[in-house]
Ligand binder design. Structure first.
Ligand SMILES: [Zn+2]
Length: 457
C-alpha cells in the first residue's frame, strides 16, 4: 500500500482508484472479448449449451479473484452466477448485477463484422453483448480486480442468464436465494448513459401492458358488392377502434393512465429524430418535451394485425380481424390496473356495435427510484469524478421487469441503475457496440462508488 492510499480505512480512496482501474483494463478487455465470443442467446433453445458455457466462463473469472462462486438456477430457469466477496467488518454490502445472456443477432448480413467476433473499429468494440450486457460483467470484474479481490465493501456479483427473455424465473430465484443476494445497495448495470460524455443514473422506467383485440362483424365473409354500403367490414371497424387510442394531437386517449412529472433533462428533438431515424416531415406524437413524451407519459402502439394479405385479397367483406396492442406506462402507474383500463377502452369504443373480444396479455410494472439518499449521493459524486461533469437523472421509455422485481424483493436497499452503453450502442440491433472510453469511465465510476460507500459508513 502506497502512503497516498486511504490509510484511514485501509483501502484505496481518491486518485488511486482510477489508476488501479486503468491498470487492470487491458486484461479485462481480453476477458470481455472471450465472453463476446460465446453466443449465449437465451431465446434460442439450441443455444442452451452456450448459455451454460457463458455462465461457467463468468463464474471462472470471479473464482480466480477469490470469490465464493456458485452457479445457481431455479426449476426451469437458465444458470445465474453468484460470486461473493464478504464485507469487511462493519461495512455494507453491494449487489452488482449484470446478465450473461444476449439477444439473437438477427440477419448476420446486417453486421459489418461477425456478431460473435469482437472487433474494434474507431473508439468502439463491436459484437453481440459488447454493451448489453457483457460490458456489465466486465465492469464488475474490473472493479474487483482494481481492488485485488478485496473490495472495501462486501460485494455480491449476480450475473443472470435469462434477462433477454424477460427474466421468467427471477422472482423465484430472488425468493430462493434471498439470503445470498441481500444487500444494502443494488447496482443494476444494464442501462446506458445519456450520451457519450454525459453520465446518467436511470431513475425511471416505463411499464408495459398488452393485449389482443378481436373484432367480429359477420359469421362468414360476404360479397362486398352485394352487402357493402350497409354491412361494415371487420378491418375498417378494427381500424376505427384502434384510432381511438390517441386524440388528434397524438396523446394517448385511454382514460385512467398515469402521467409522471416531466423530467428535467433536455432531450433535443433533433437528436431524438436522428436516433429514431424518423423520416422527413413526419411529426412527433403527443405534447410536452421529448423526454416527457418518451419517459413520463404513456404511449400506445399497434404491434400487429391479422388480416388477409393484399396479394390474396378478394372482393369480400372481412368477417373477423385481430390486432395486438401495446401500451407503455408512466412511472407511478400500476400495470395490472392499466391493462384493465386498456381492455375497457377497447370494449367501450367499438364502432357500429361490432363485437369486440379482448384477450389480456403481459403486464410489466414501471419503476421510479426515490433517487436520493446516501447511495445516490455517493453515485453522483463517483460519476462526476469519473466523467469530469455532473451526471443527469434519465428515464428509459422501455421496460426492464427485473428492476421492479429487485425493488419488490429488497424494499430497503438503494437501487442504482447504471450501465456502460450509450445511445449509439444499438443494444438488440445489428452492429451492437461499446464505446471504450465510456466503458473505462463507467468502470472507474463503479470502483469510486464502492470506496465512497465504504467511506460513508
Ligand atoms: Zn441487458
Amino acid at each position: 500500500m502506497s502512503p497516498g492510499m486511504g490509510v484511514r480505512c485501509g483501502f484505496m480512496t481518491g486518485p488511486e482508484v482510477p489508476d488501479a482501474v486503468r491498470r487492470v483494463l487491458p486484461d479485462v478487455r481480453k476477458d470481455l472479448d472471450a465472453l463476446i465470443r460465446i453466443p449465449s442467446v437465451s431465446a434460442d433453445p439450441a443455444a442452451a449449451g452456450e448459455v451454460e458455457r457463458s455462465a461457467e466462463a463468468t463464474a471462472a473469472l470471479f473464482r480466480v479473484e477469490g470469490a465464493e462462486v456458485e452457479i445457481l438456477r431455479v426449476e426451469g430457469g437458465r444458470p445465474g452466477v453468484l460470486a461473493r466477496f464478504p464485507a469487511p467488518e462493519g461495512q455494507p454490502t453491494a449487489l452488482l448485477y449484470a446478465h450473461h445472456d444476449v439477444q439473437p443477432t438477427g440477419d448476420p448480413a446486417l453486421w459489418t463484422s461477425p456478431p460473435f467476433e469482437p472487433t474494434e473499429r474507431g473508439e468502439r468494440l463491436y459484437g453481440r453483448g459488447s454493451a448489453d450486457d457483457k460490458a456489465g460483467i466486465a465492469m464488475h470484474l474490473a472493479v474487483i480486480r482494481a481492488y485485488a479481490g478485496r473490495p472495501p465493501v462486501g460485494v455480491t456479483v449476480f450475473v443472470e442468464g435469462e434477462e433477454e427473455i424477460g427474466s421468467p424465473t427471477l422472482s423465484a430465484f430472488l425468493a430462493a436465494h434471498r439470503d445470498k443476494l441481500a444487500a444494502d445497495v443494488i447496482v443494476l448495470a444494464d442501462s446506458a448513459n445519456f450520451d457519450v460524455g454525459v453520465p446518467a443514473l436511470t431513475t425511471t422506467l416505463r411499464g408495459l401492458a398488452d393485449c389482443e383485440v378481436e373484432v367480429r362483424v359477420l359469421d362468414h365473409g360476404v360479397h362486398s358488392g352485394v352487402y357493402g354500403g350497409a354491412v361494415p367490414d371487420a378491418l375498417t371497424a378494427l381500424c376505427r377502434l384502434l384510432a381511438t387510442l390517441h386524440d388528434d394531437e397524438g396523446n394517448v386517449a385511454i382514460k385512467g393512465l398515469v402521467t409522471a412529472p416531466a423530467p428535467e433533462v433536455d432531450y433535443p428533438e433533433e437528436r431524438f429524430r436522428q436516433e429514431a431515424g424518423i423520416l422527413d416531415g413526419v411529426q412527433l406524437l403527443g405534447t410536452g418535451s421529448v423526454a416527457e413524451r418518451v419517459w413520463a407519459k404513456p404511449s400506445a402502439s399497434v404491434l400487429a394485425i391479422d388480416a388477409p394479405r393484399v396479394a390474396d385479397a378478394s372482393n369480400t367483406l372481412i368477417p373477423v380481424a385481430r390486432a395486438k396492442v401495446s401500451v407503455r406506462l408512466a412511472p407511478g402507474d400500476d400495470a395490472n390496473r392499466a391493462l384493465t383500463a386498456l381492455a375497457e377502452h377497447l370494449r367501450s369504443h367499438a364502432p357500429w356495435g361490432v363485437q369486440v373480444e379482448v384477450r389480456e396479455g403481459d403486464a410489466g410494472q414501471p419503476y421510479a427510484a426515490t433517487a436520493e439518499g446516501p447511495a445516490y449521493t455517493a453515485a453522483r459524486e463517483a460519476f462526476g469524478e469519473a466523467w469530469g461533469r455532473e451526471s443527469v437523472d434519465m428515464g428509459i421509455g422501455g421496460t426492464i421487469p427485473f428492476i421492479a422485481e429487485f425493488a419488490a424483493a429488497f424494499p430497503d436497499a438503494a437501487i442504482l441503475v447504471t450501465g456502460a452503453g450509450d445511445p449509439d450502442s444499438r443494444a438488440h440491433g445489428a452492429d451492437e457496440s461499446l464505446h471504450l472510453g465510456e466503458f473505462e469511465r463507467a468502470c472507474v465510476a463503479e470502483a469510486l462508488l464502492l470506496s465512497k460507500l465504504a467511506a460513508d459508513h
